[in-house]
Design a protein around this ligand. Structure first.
Ligand code: ADP
Ligand code: ZN
Length: 312
């Protein structure tokens, strides 16, 4: 028996990555396409799937990891659609209809951050843990949260990047989230840093006061995660956190100061540096997350009715 071969599609705000394989040690092909209009982008993704199908025979399962918010409720009439997009033209687009129609393979579908969390749990820095979070700090702030070995979905999916956090004393900048102003995303994402400082985040000097204020807000999110689910690891990636290790260190310190000894971080994770750490899969977390979604979809089909597990 040959082992199953999966296709994974990661749809991002600026690019999409198509992956064929079974895991990080077995990526057979990977394609990168720009995210443009829905019609153009989805047709190009579909063409890659068809090419792979023609070359490798029927794929064992398809995983789709996308920017959102998404309708993830299979009983909903709008299941598989983009619910509220900041990306022009993508609102209400039927991703599943366009990408999976007629393929007749098990289908995994989730947000890009949830998929990245799955991949870090299976192959990356959260391997072996049933309770962890994956946080991305980039154009937005997103969190994939795993508790008891399963991704937290709630009624659809959670949006912890939009929680409100305590403000830094004396800081009254209103934030730039179009919905909430000073939620975490409105205070600590790349565009929030840029809006506050008047220059792109990547160009801000290490001494710019915007960093400390954003780190305070991100520390507030980390505090919330610690108290909500007692994670063993909080992996923080995305362009801002990855590009600025000092910013991540400042957020970690802000978290520890805010927790104030109420939770023993040594017991929980072996200390704050182990608890709040960089992810291991880098820019492959999302693409491999789509492969993990595909593998889980196949496993769920072969054990009908089985819950979605975060780790294989
Ligand atoms: P996305 O969130 O769109 O998937 P990224 O995770 O790469 O993409 O994040 C993009 C954001 O990261 C942009 O706001 C950019 O300004 C910021 N960024 C990229 N590199 C750096 C850096 N070295 N320092 C600070 N910010 C950075
Ligand atoms: Zn918000």
């Amino acid at each position: 028996m040959t082992s199953p071969l999966y296709a994974g599609l990661e749809l991002g705000g600026t690019k999409c990555i198509c992956t064929l394989g079974t895991g990080p040690a077995d990526v057979r092909d990977q394609r990168r396409l720009p995210t443009t209009t829905p019609a153009e982008t989805l047709a190009a993704l579909r063409a890659v799937l068809e090419e792979w199908g023609a070359r490798h025979g029927r794929l064992a399962a398809l995983g789709i990891a996308s920017f959102g918010p998404l309708d993830l409720d299979p009983r909903s009439p709008t299941y598989g659609r983009v619910l509220a997009s900041a990306k022009p033209g993508w609102l209400n687009v039927d991703l599943l209809g366009a990408l999976a129609a007629g393929l007749d393979v098990p289908l995994g579908f989730d947000t890009d951050v949830n998929a990245a969390a799955l991949a870090e749990g299976r192959w990356g820095a959260a391997r072996g843990f049933d309770d962890y979070a994956y946080v991305t700090v980039g154009t937005g702030i997103g969190v994939g949260l795993v508790t008891g070995g399963r991704l937290v979905h709630g009624g659809s999916h959670t949006e912890l990047g939009h929680v409100r956090v305590g403000r830094h004393p004396g800081d009254a900048w209103p934030g730039n989230c179009p919905y909430h102003g000073d939620c975490v995303e409105g205070l600590a994402s790349g565009p929030a840093l840029a809006a506050r400082a008047g220059r792109p985040a990547a160009e801000l000097g290490p001494g710019d006061p915007a960093w400390a204020l954003a780190a305070h807000a991100l520390g507030g999110l980390l505090h919330t995660l610690v108290f909500a689910t007692a994670p063993r690891r909080i992996l923080v990636g995305g362009g801002v956190a990855t590009g600025r290790p000092a910013f991540l260190a400042a957020a970690r310190r802000a978290m520890a100061a805010s927790v104030a000894g109420f939770v023993d971080l040594d017991r929980l994770a072996g200390g704050s540096e182990a608890l709040v750490a960089p992810p291991a899969l880098g820019d492959q977390a999302g693409p491999l997350g789509a492969i993990a979604l595909a593998a889980d979809a196949l496993a769920a089909r072969s054990t009908a009715g089985a819950p979605r597990h975060a780790r294989g």
